[in-house]
Ligand binder design. Structure first.
Ligand SMILES: Nc1ncnc2c1ncn2[C@@H]1O[C@H](COP(=O)(O)OP(=O)(O)OP(=O)(O)O)[C@@H](O)[C@H]1O
Ligand SMILES: [Mg+2]
Length: 313
C-alpha cells in the first residue's frame, strides 16, 4: 500500500535580494508502507526543504503531497497538527531543538502530553518504556540534554519521535554529526525499530554509503532536482546518471579501483543561478549540445528506475 506520494512538488523561495531560488523542482516519489527511502545529495540540493514540506513545516509552491491518499497540502492548521502524530522527524542537531531546561523524562513524553495521550501519573512508566526501546539506561531519565553524549541525544530524539507511534519516521542527517562507531550503533537501532514497529522511513543523508546500507529505494538529488530514482539493488551496477556515478566513485574502496570511476570536478552552481539547460551540465563529462540548452525531464528507464539525463534515451 502506498503511504506517501509526491506529485511534481516544487518549492521556490524568494531570497533577501528578491531573487527566485528553486530549492525543489518538480519532485515526484511514491513510498510503500514499511519501506525505507534514502534521499542523497550534496549540501544545498534541497533535501531538508523536501522533507520540511512533507512534514508541513514548509508550504509547497506547487504540486501535491498525499499521505494515505489524502492531499495533505490542502489540510487546515488543525488537520496539520493532528497529522503530525503520524509523521515524525529526527533532526541532526537535537541539542538545538530541545529545550535545555527540560529533563529527558519531559522531553520524550512532551509530544504525548501535548496530544492529550498521556496522564501525568503515567509519565514515568511511559518514559522508562521509551528509554528502554532505544537502549538508553534509565539513569538518563532526570538528566538534562547537555549532560548526555551526542549518540545518547540522538536516541532521546528517536524515543521522542516514536512516542506518538508514527507511521512515517523521517531522519534528516540524524547520524551525520556522530563518530563513525556511534553512527553505526544508531543505524542498528533504527533498523531494529523499523522492523519492530513496521515503520516507513525516509532517511536523508549526504553520505551515499550510509544510505546504501539502509534504504530500499534511493533518490539522488542535485540542485533541487531528482536526477535518478532507483532501487538500492540497482545503484552499484545499474545506475546511469553521471552524478550518481560520481557519488558512487566517492564511496568506492581501493579494491574497486579497477571499476571506471567518474569523479566530480568543478563547483556546484548557486541554486539561485541554475544553468539554463541541465543543472549538472557544468560538471558533466558526458554533456552534449542539448544539455546546455534544455532541461532534461525525468524519464522511466525501467520499472522503478527513473533518470534525468539527455544522454540516456
Ligand atoms: N527559508 C529559506 N529561504 C531562502 N532560501 C532557503 C530557505 N531554506 C532553504 N533555502 C535554500 O534552499 C536550498 C536548499 O536548501 P536545503 O536546506 O533544503 O538543502 P539540503 O540539501 O538540506 O542541504 P544540507 O545538506 O546542507 O542540509 C539552499 O540553497 C538553501 O539556501
Ligand atoms: Mg539539510
Amino acid at each position: 500500500m502506498k503511504i506517501l506520494e509526491l506529485e511534481n512538488v516544487t518549492k521556490i523561495f524568494t531570497t533577501s535580494r528578491g531573487k527566485k531560488l528553486i530549492a525543489c523542482n518538480n519532485i515526484s516519489l511514491s513510498l510503500e508502507k514499511g519501506k525505507t527511502l534514502g534521499i542523497v545529495g550534496e549540501s544545498g540540493c534541497g533535501k531538508s526543504t523536501l522533507i520540511r514540506m512533507i512534514m508541513q513545516l514548509e508550504t509547497i509552491t506547487s504540486g501535491c503531497i498525499k499521505y494515505n491518499r489524502q492531499d495533505i497540502s490542502k489540510f487546515t492548521k488543525e488537520e496539520i497538527w493532528k497529522n503530525r502524530q503520524k509523521i515524525q522527524m529526527v533532526f541532526q542537531d537535537s541539542l538545538g531543538t530541545f529545550n535545555p531546561k527540560m529533563k529527558i523524562i519531559d522531553i520524550i513524553t512532551e509530544p504525548l502530553i501535548n496530544f492529550g495521550l498521556l496522564n501525568k501519573k503515567d509519565k514515568k512508566a511511559k518514559a522508562e518504556e521509551l528509554l528502554k526501546s532505544v537502549d538508553l539506561p534509565l539513569s538518563c531519565l532526570y538528566s538534562y540534554p547537555h549532560s548526555v553524549s551526542g549518540g545518547q541525544l540522538q536516541r532521546v530524539s528517536i524515543a521522542r519521535a516514536l512516542s506518538l507511534e508514527p507511521e512515517i519516521l523521517i531522519c534528516d542527517e540524524a547520524t551525520s554529526a556522530l563518530d563513525v562507531s556511534v553512527q553505526k550503533n544508531i543505524m542498528t537501532l533504527l533498523d531494529k525499530l523499523r522492523k519492530e514497529k513496521k515503520l516507513t522511513v525516509i532517511f536523508v543523508c549526504h553520505d551515499l554509503a550510509l544510505v546504501q546500507s539502509f534504504a530500499d529505494d534511493i533518490i539522488v538529488m542535485y540542485l533541487g532536482n531528482t536526477v535518478e530514482y532507483l532501487s538500492n539493488r540497482d545503484i552499484v551496477n545499474n545506475s546511469y546518471h553521471p552524478y550518481t556515478k560520481a557519488l558512487l566513485a566517492s564511496v568506492f574502496s581501493v579494491n574497486d579501483m579497477d571499476k571506471k570511476l567518474e569523479l566530480l570536478e568543478g563547483e556546484i552552481p548557486s541554486p539561485s543561478n541554475i544553468p539554463k539547460g541541465c543543472p549538472f551540465v557544468n560538471r558533466c563529462k558526458r554533456a552534449v549540445e542539448i544539455c546546455y540548452k534544455e532541461q532534461p525531464i525525468l524519464k522511466k528507464f525501467e520499472n522503478n528506475h527513473y533518470i534525468k539525463c539527455h544522454t540516456y534515451n
